[in-house]
Design a protein around this ligand. Sequence first.
Ligand code: UDP
Ligand code: MG
Length: 327
Amino acid sequence: MNAQPTIALIVPVFNEENNIAPFVAEVERVLSDYLSQMVIVFVDDGSFDNTAQKIIELQQDKPLINLLQLSRNFGKEAAVSAALDTVEAAAYVIIDVDLQHPLSTVAESIHIWQTEKINNIYGIRNEKHLSSIWFYRLFNKLSGRVKIPVNVSDFRLIDRKIVQILRTLPERNRFMKGLFAWSGLTSRGVPYVQAERKTGNTKFNYPKLWNFALDGIMGFSTLPLRVWSYFGGFVALLSFVYMLWIVAKTLIFDIDVPGYASLMSVILFLGGIQLVSIGILGEYLGRVSEEVKRRPVYVIDEIMGDIALNQQQNGCGVVIPQRSDNA
Ligand code: UDP
Ligand code: MG
């Protein structure tokens, strides 16, 4: 068993067979000072290429490598949750395998964690993605007290304390960036230059990102639900004033035939607004039904490697318990 305190690199992988070996080589090169107290935890998120085999091959002569095998593809956030729930360490570094997050920034974060005891150290991307900036601005407007820094990336180091808090959270919608911020512990950003993806393609397309954004906002704000009563009140007030005006016009002047066009546009406009608001109700209802089902967020099929495990299993997933050390 690894001596504490350990730094666990949590690496979710989905069809990344060509990125495993370069990633491990880069870890050994850049983080050589920390290797003695480090473990790499790959979470195979249901890959259907040779990702798992590549990891197991490397594991033969590199005992710092461990593998959590999920039973199918559950998505990146679930894969990260699986590792945070299962593995015991003093600090956890969550990082992509495609080397877009430079390992020198990991070294910098470990240094900050060791010297300044910051609980939550996150990467800040240099390049500006307009859509993501607007998303985090909107999120921060709607989310009340929970604030996420704009331009924050997926890469971060969190300590044991944050992980213990996360393990107590019962929700099924794991919008991790929001949950880290929710914990309220000390945090600090480290800027870095995002590299190009090593090989393979991004696993996130626009529909996936859209759903990610919806999960984030609906998980942390109910404003989209409440805004319709104010809008309705405002429209009712306007209609009342308009009604007074029509009554006055009819009494004072002669009866006049109101325009078909204006009537039509008001009906269509209000019909559209009503459909949107019902749609938003549906979005929340869907999420409520996900939560009440209490279905696990992930299923860990197998754990390979010599690694300290959380015995409590108080997380939000299922761990099929037998453990195969292939040492
Ligand atoms: N990933 C995963 N499960 C998924 C999709 C992605 O574990 O369903 C992993 C992927 O292998 C990579 C990381 O999440 O290590 C980031 O994915 P990607 O590079 O495709 O995202 P991008 O950098 O384009 O945002
Ligand atoms: Mg990437």
